[in-house]
Design a protein around this ligand. Structure first.
Ligand SMILES: [Zn+2]
Length: 244
């Protein structure tokens, strides 16, 4: 599968950039993971909104869903221009009924529920979920496809079960919203040291740091995570592509 980073900023997009959004492709199937602010703009550097086969959301905080409304507008306008398409499924959890109900819009998009109780098959991808520790209910997502595995932490503070959930992933897309020594737990986020510890315990092959902070020097996140994780670490940037 191919992963393209569309947005990597926590909270809000940095100038001319985007908050959380990740494009996953395998063969002819295209799936968007989270749809934060300015993700629709970044998406169009790679594909048209009409080419999406599905969207899956970790949770309903604005930096992960801000562009759902404009995605719905894009698809509505596309339909008015004569491009008929079935309603796009948007997968989300049901622990926030207002958030979940916003996923269905006319016959343009349709909300589809996931839970941590069963695996979900979407196209060539198999998804499993783990509820994280964050202010708003949020789920980490494990994605398996063609014998390869990617884990996306969503937003969370560090907790032990996340290491088992991430075990042996080829790529761990891990939030790192704070620097070494800061207290992420209260805010429901991880530090660079937490991200490195998670990657080390889970023995993942590649750690990609994302959900980046708007303060400090983000290159330090990589250096600090490397104090506890021995393998390769990359800081996410919009436009980066990885073949998993
Ligand atoms: Zn967030």
């Amino acid at each position: 599968m191919k992963l393209t980073i569309l947005g990597c900023w926590g909270g809000y997009p940095a100038q001319n950039d985007a908050s959380a959004g990740y494009l996953l492709e395998h063969e002819d199937f295209t799936l968007l993971v989270d749809c934060g602010s300015a993700v629709l703009s970044k998406l169009q550097n790679h594909t048209a909104p009409r080419n999406l086969n599905g969207v899956i959301l970790s949770h309903y905080d604005a930096d992960h869903i801000a562009d759902i409304g404009v995605l719905q507008h894009a698809l509505l306008i596309d339909k008015m221009l004569g491009n008929e398409k079935e309603a796009l499924p948007i997968y989300g959890h049901t622990l926030d009924s207002k958030g979940f109900s916003s996923l269905t819009y006319k016959d343009i998009t349709k909300g589809a529920a996931y839970s941590d109780e069963e695996a979900l098959e979407i196209g060539p991808f198999t998804f499993t979920f783990l509820k994280t520790r964050h202010g708003a209910p949020c789920f980490a997502i494990r994605i398996e496809c063609d014998g390869r595995t990617m884990v996306y932490t969503g937003d969370t503070s560090y907790f032990e079960e996340l290491a088992d959930f991430s075990k042996d992933a080829d790529l761990l897309l891990c939030e790192s919203n704070f620097y070494k020594g800061m207290d992420g737990e209260k805010a429901g986020h991880m530090t660079s040291t937490d991200a490195g510890t998670l990657a080390q315990k889970a023995e993942v092959k590649l750690l990609v740091l994302t959900h980046l902070p708007h303060f400090g020097e983000v290159s330090q996140l990589q250096e600090q995570a490397a104090e506890v994780f021995e393998r390769q670490i990359i800081i996410a940037r919009s436009g980066m592509e990885y073949y998993i």
